[in-house]
Design a binder for this molecule. Structure first.
Ligand code: PMP
Length: 399
């Protein structure tokens, strides 16, 4: 049937990968042997591509809270927040998120993807403008498309390009939403948020920052890049996910704008999906407490991130611009990326293989994500696995 014709490019790309002997999009975690070790293809493997920045997925307090909620409130809410799925615990988590971020209000969504879609579509519609950084996550691009607003892309972290576009908009800047990320998910670099916030103030625009990868990672209290950059007062909306530092699934938005409550009613991705399960909410609340109470986890995360970044740099790999819990090993050749990724797995190390078009520059990368939960031995094993790639590639790792 012709309706399936559009799937041919996908099918041939998958076939090409399989011809190289890998199936990087169908990796199966067979069972866990430790929080950062699992059996993959029958082999014990260190997990170095999880986004589990603080290592909380096996935290005993989070698990206990989840089990208790499961017993008391059941496996799922079976409905939307606007119908039967609005439990006291959802509201308590919203209160705790608002308090953590020092904001007036918070909304909990079912995933981070849904939170982005829900906020962008509620804030911007036909007649409005959305300006996004070119390196923004797919969810932000999808939100812009769904919103029906005119959307424009400015060059990654290029303040001149952003300002030029705002200048051209004239009075329309008052109807403009700027969207950037705290830490960009592929290269691990930060938005130049102090500059962006200053420009947005000048032009009277509104700004939303996706702190998916920076909650619990940046800032003295772990509130993300806006805190680290000292511009929280200038950021209108912070959106994030529970699926990284908090170790569960779900999303949120916090803001000081009193209209946040009304935005719930304008957000179809909030209204027309079931709310997060009680066990998820309970473990997320516990994880949020841990972010506040245990800043040493953030220190350990950065220690591991700096160690791995420096060791890979010393091996001449081409990385992201600065140490970060997301460390991309940038390559130019898909065949080499596949060979490297396979070799790493043979050495018992899993990282994310990211192939174009998912990458920002059309080149493949091997994306490592570091955690506070990685032991020194695991970090060493990751380094040794990368060192073993020298024989696959010869001395010129980017060639
Ligand atoms: N924003 C960014 C920057 C992300 O990287 C992701 C997930 N990788 C999301 C949003 C979506 O989060 P979730 O997995 O909770 O849907």
């Amino acid at each position: 049937m012709a309706i399936f014709d559009k799937l041919h490019p996908i099918s041939s790309a998958l076939q090409d990968l399989q011809n190289c002997g890998v199936d990087s999009v169908n990796v199966v975690i067979e069972r866990f042997t430790a929080p950062f070790e699992a059996v993959i293809n029958g082999r014990r493997t260190v997990l170095a591509g999880t986004n589990n920045y603080l290592g909380l997925t096996f935290d005993q307090e989070c698990i206990r809270a989840a089990c208790e909620a499961l017993q008391q409130e059941g496996t799922g809410t079976t409905g939307s927040r606007m119908a039967n799925g609005n439990y006291a615990a959802h509201i308590a988590l919203e209160r705790e998120l608002a308090e953590f971020f020092g904001r007036k209000g918070a909304i909990v969504f079912s995933t981070g993807y849904v939170a982005i879609l829900g906020m962008i579509t509620a804030l911007a519609g036909p007649g409005d403008i959305i300006l996004i950084d070119s390196d923004c996550h797919a969810s932000i691009y999808d939100g812009c498309r769904l919103a029906g607003a005119q959307f424009m892309i400015f060059k990654h972290n290029n303040i001149g390009d952003l300002e030029k576009r705002l200048r051209r908009l004239g009075k329309q800047t008052e109807n403009t939403l700027i969207v950037v990320e705290g830490i960009y998910s592929m290269l691990g670099d930060r938005a130049i948020l102090a500059d962006i916030a200053a420009v947005k103030k000048n032009y009277g625009a509104c700004i939303l920052v996706d702190e998916a990868h920076s909650l619990g990672v940046l800032g003295k209290q772990g509130r993300g890049l806006a805190e680290e950059a000292g511009v929280e007062d200038d950021v209108d909306f912070i959106v994030g996910t529970f699926s990284k530092s908090l170790g569960t699934i779900g999303g949120y938005c916090v803001s000081n704008h009193s209209q946040l409550e009304l935005l719930r009613f304008a957000s179809r991705p909030y209204i027309f999906t079931a709310s997060p399960s009680p066990s998820i909410i309970a473990s997320t609340r516990e994880a949020l407490k841990i972010i506040r109470a245990r800043p040493e986890l953030r220190s350990r995360l950065w220690e591991n991130a700096r160690t791995l970044y420096q060791r890979l740099k010393d091996m001449d790999f081409v990385l992201g611009p600065a140490p970060s819990p997301i460390i991309p090993v940038r390559l130019k050749d898909i065949v080499k990326a596949v060979a490297f990724w396979n070799r790493l797995l043979e050495h018992g190390v899993y990282v994310n293989m990211v192939l174009p078009p998912a990458t920002t520059d059309g080149n493949p990368l091997l994306r490592c994500s570091v955690s506070a939960g990685h032991t020194p031995e695991q970090v060493e094993q990751i380094c040794e696995a990368f060192a073993s790639l020298r024989d696959v590639s010869g001395p010129h790792l980017m060639s």
